[in-house]
Design a protein around this ligand. Structure first.
Ligand SMILES: C[S@@+](CC[C@H](N)C(=O)[O-])C[C@H]1O[C@@H](n2cnc3c(N)ncnc32)[C@H](O)[C@@H]1O
Length: 217
């Protein structure tokens, strides 16, 4: 299953469901926490922006945000939603000069890319200060549910690779070096969990930021 016309048409609507609203709020809170770890970033490229849901939010956060995606169908949806600048392109060969942005962000996109190391190296090429990642957590109840759902019917996650915190961190270190500064939190714990985000490796969504320079931590 790819991000084709049928999927794209329903993608944004999911964020309006009760489940989608909760995930959206919690994920944005973690991304907000990560962004604050950088020293006054001014611009961001969202790689794999889909309907530009997070690109729009990054713009509201105060960044000059540009979205990039390879799916024409997702971009049609994005353009219908008063989106920031959008570029059709491939995460493996970003059509931007070295250091063209302060940050690059990939939100629930890395999971769908076959050669994540290459994509991260490419993201780091265009981003001066670092990369912000949001991925679905392999070692969470939500991650397990999503993977099990694929046993009974085709889902968009069938081709996805789910990460855990340790694996994601090691991947970033392989690309940026052992000494790279990395911060992370997880969120989307089962309902009733008292904290919206924590440094515990079992939340449904992992937010991780790599700082090349000018980071606060
Ligand atoms: C699950 S969606 C995430 C969309 C958005 N970031 C969000 O969270 O709402 C993954 C997106 O990655 C895009 N994508 C997959 N492979 C890509 C590639 N090689 N280059 C650019 N975009 C890609 C897909 O088209 C899709 O829109």
């Amino acid at each position: 299953m790819t991000f084709d016309k049928a999927l794209a048409a329903h993608y944004e609507a999911w964020y309006e469901t009760p489940e989608g609203r909760r995930a959206d709020e919690l994920e944005k809170a973690v991304l907000d926490w990560l962004l604050q770890a950088y020293d006054r970033p001014g611009s961001v490229l969202e790689v794999g922006c889909g309907t530009a849901h997070f690109t729009r939010w990054l713009g509201k956060w105060g960044l000059a945000a540009v979205g990039l995606d390879c799916s024409a169908a997702m971009q049609v949806q994005a353009r219908a939603l008063d989106s920031p600048p959008l570029v059709r392109g491939d995460a493996y060969r970003l059509p931007f000069a070295d250091g063209a942005f302060d940050l690059a962000a990939l939100v629930t996109t890395l999971e769908f890319l076959e050669r994540p190391k290459e994509v991260l190296a490419e993201a780091l090429r265009v981003a001066r200060h670092g990369v912000v990642l949001g991925v679905l957590n392999r070692w969470s109840l939500l991650g397990l549910q999503r993977r099990l759902a694929g046993l009974f019917r085709p889902t968009v996650y069938d081709a996805a690779h789910f990460y855990g915190v340790g694996e994601l961190k090691r991947l970033l270190q392989r690309v940026a070096g052992e000494q790279a500064r990395i911060v992370w939190r997880t969120t989307l714990f089962p309902r009733g969990w008292p904290w919206p985000q924590a440094r515990l490796p079992w939340g449904g969504f992992i937010g991780m930021a790599l700082m090349c320079s000018s980071g606060r931590e």
